[in-house]
Each structure stands twice: as C-alpha cells, then as structure tokens.
Design a protein around this ligand. Structure first.
Ligand code: AHR
Length: 342
C-alpha cells in the first residue's frame, strides 16, 4: 500500500512537470538547452514605435519558447527607470540581464554593479559608449542588433541613385544642382540616432551637392514626426525640400500626413526614405507615398535566448553577430509584403 502510494506520488509529480505528449509546461520544467530553468531580467525602453512593439513581442515569445522565466520591465523612455529595473534584477539575483539602453552614455556605474554581481548582460538593439579607455566588451557579454551606421549609408545610396535616375517632380540630380534634404532624427543620444547620423554624414559627404536644410529630432514617434514636418511645411523653405530622410518608419509615416496636409504629394514632390521596414512602411510604399525603407530587424528574441543559454552553459559566443537585412522600395514591396512578419 505504502509502495503504491509512493509510485502514485511520483507519477503525479511527473504529470505536473510535463504536459501531454512529454511537452514541458511553461510554469516549471527546464529552459531549452539547460539543465534548469533560468531567469532573465529584461529592461525594454518603451513602446515608441511599431518596430519596438515587434521587438518586445519577439523577446516575450522567445522566452516562452525557451521556457525562460522573463521579468520584463518597460522603462517608458527613461534611463532612470532602466537603472531601477536593473538594480532590482541584481537584488533578485537573476541568471542573466537583457537590456536596450535608451541612450548610449551614463551606464558605467551600473554596468560595474552588474559585473560585481557576476551576472552576464546582453545588450539588445542599441549599444553603449563608456568612459574613455573602457571597452564595452569588458562589461557587456554580448550584443544583439543591427549595424545602425550601415543602415543610414544604404539609405544615402538609395536616395542618390533614385535622384539621379528618377528624381522628384521638380528635379533630377545631375551632380551640380543642389538636392535639399530634411532629416528627422531619432531619440537624441540613442545608439540608433548616433549610429544613423554618423552613417548618413559619412556617406553623404561623398555628394557635396546634397545640402541639409532641416534637421530635428522626432523621437522615433509618429506624432512627433508629423509635428516637426508640419512646422517645416509652414516655413519659407518648405518648397525647397527635395528629400526627407527619417531615421525610422514611424516618423516618416507621421511626416507623410504633414506633407499631404500641406498640399504636396509625398513620394513624388518630396522623396521619402526611412529605416525599419515595418508593415506600416509597406502600406505607405504600396500607396506610393513612402519611396523606400531600409530593413532593421526587430525579431531578436530567439537570438537573445539562444545567446543567454550559451553564456550560462559557458559555450563560446560571438560578441556581435550583425543582423542580416534587406531594403525595400516600389520595385519589390508588393512581392515581399505577404511574407513580412512585422
Ligand atoms: O533602436 C532601433 C530603433 O528604435 C528603430 O529604428 C525605431 O523604430 C525604434 O524605436
């Protein structure tokens, strides 16, 4: 009787740990690739764009898939909220910390605290800049994200080629005529803004007839992209804008509304190019209002979880595996649209 009772208890425990068909349930079990369940503290910067929402969803879905216990915190665009969340992850002794730094600087002290606590840290999407003489690699175990400089360089190449071959409703680029550009930048000081600005400046310097006539932040949001563009469209130089480069799709989509409200044709009177390749950008390209978008992949969750498992298993990792990305315009947007995941 006693033996039978013990056998029944063991069977009950096993059925609680595993679902039907031997599947481990998300509440218990072990993390995929590990011999135990791991806890990840994750500090996301907020929900400013379609891209960011896709990134958050990818991280959450991958945590489920890998059976990682995710302590997720939304910083609402504030660095101090990220600091608070990270300090609480340290107190909770999580196995690994993932975070996207809202801005590049100001992380030296907290990264030292994480290091002192012996917790590996994965930077996602945006990198940090530490005090002179300090290397990111000594504080951050891995970086997962895109090459922001390269994205902007691709945007310049697309614009220059289009202005030479097609142009806008008023002019084509013959190498001599001024091409006037308005630039909507992302959150000032963020890795995405810093990298994309550097990439743009480096590449556009090869084409001295390109003049920047407006440059302002739109904080990566649709609303601010629209507001800033509205102001530009009311200025005396409004008719001079040949090209708009927005450092993300959301700002471009907001700006398109402002261009239309000012009685101009986006995509024809003003050539508009942005970065991300979210669904909203595809919709705008199919309406022939956005000319092109350079892809920045937000589906980073699986790579984050996989890297965390490798780090905790002391397996070798590459510090940064750059995301492989494409670019889309009116020639390929329609074909690509059905297979887009975000
Ligand atoms: O850091 C990546 C950038 O941040 C994306 O381009 C933008 O849409 C987001 O908000």
């Amino acid at each position: 009787m006693k033996k039978l009772f013990v056998v029944l208890l063991v069977l009950l425990a096993a059925s609680l740990a595993f679902g039907a068909g031997g599947q481990q349930q998300s509440g218990g079990g072990v993390t995929r690739g590990m011999d135990r369940k791991i806890v990840m503290g994750y500090s996301q910067i907020g929900a400013e764009s379609e891209w960011r929402t896709a990134c958050t969803n990818s991280v959450k879905a991958a945590a489920e898939e890998y059976n990682v216990e995710l302590i997720f915190s939304d910083a609402q665009q504030k660095q101090e909220n990220q600091m608070q969340a990270i300090r609480s992850f340290i107190r909770q002794k999580v196995d690994v910390i993932g975070f996207t730094p809202v801005v590049e600087t100001g992380w030296d002290a907290i990264l030292q605290e994480i290091k002192d606590a012996g917790i590996p840290v994965i930077c996602v999407d945006r990198q940090v800049t530490l005090a002179a003489g300090k290397k990111q690699e000594d504080y951050i175990t891995a970086f997962i994200g895109s090459n922001m400089e390269l994205e902007a360089q691709k945007a310049v190449q697309w614009i220059v080629n289009y202005m030479k071959t097609t142009g806008n409703s008023r002019k084509k680029d013959d190498g001599k005529v001024d091409i006037n550009v308005a630039i909507l930048e992302g959150t000032t000081g963020s890795g995405a803004q810093v990298g994309r600005t550097a990439g743009w400046n480096k590449e556009i310097a090869k084409y001295p007839n390109y003049k920047t006539i407006f440059r302002q932040t739109g904080n990566f949001t649709r609303a601010e992209g629209q507001q800033v563009m509205e102001a530009w469209m009311k200025s005396p130089q409004a008719n001079d804008i040949d090209v708009l480069f927005a450092q993300n799709d959301d700002m471009a989509i907001g700006a398109i509304d402002a261009v239309k409200a000012a009685g101009k044709k986006p995509g024809v009177d003003i050539i508009i190019v942005s970065i991300d390749a979210v669904k909203g950008a595809f919709d705008a390209m199919l309406r022939k209002e956005l000319n092109a978008t350079i892809e920045c992949n937000p589906l980073l969750g699986p790579q984050v979880m996989d890297t965390a498992v490798k780090i905790l298993n002391k397996q070798p990792i590459t510090w940064w595996v750059e995301s492989k990305e494409s670019q889309f315009d009116w020639t390929n947007a329609e074909t690509a649209y059905p297979s887009r995941q975000y």
